[in-house]
Ligand binder design. Sequence first.
Ligand code: AMP
Ligand code: ZN
Length: 114
Amino acid sequence: MHNCLFCKIASHEIPAEILYEDEQIIAFKDISPQAPVHFLVVPKRHIANLMELTPADNALIGHIVFCAQKIAKNQGCEEKGARFVFNCKQHGGQTVGHVHLHTLGKRNLEWPPG
Ligand code: AMP
Ligand code: ZN
């Protein structure tokens, strides 16, 4: 088994503030929040980054996005919106090598990012 932080969170080996969980995915608060709302949704199966996705992952990714939408709504982001983002590899600023969807809400975010 590879040494992967988000695999360890998915298997409860490392604790996190879990917001939602089912057989396929887990959502938890980002440990270093960049906005009043900042959480991650990840597949429990190890996928290194977005470039590794295949058509077989379509339903999984839809499930991740819809989960993020539901939590964002629960956390009061429906009216003003939020940022939903997959950082990917070096140029995307990815630091954890297990695909994850960030959701940031409850403040105005600039575009383009720095
Ligand atoms: P990225 O830079 O897109 O790979 O994002 C990785 C995110 O994981 C960062 O926002 C980190 O703050 C977050 N992170 C790192 N370690 C943990 C942890 N143990 N629990 C929750 N979030 C974490
Ligand atoms: Zn992993």
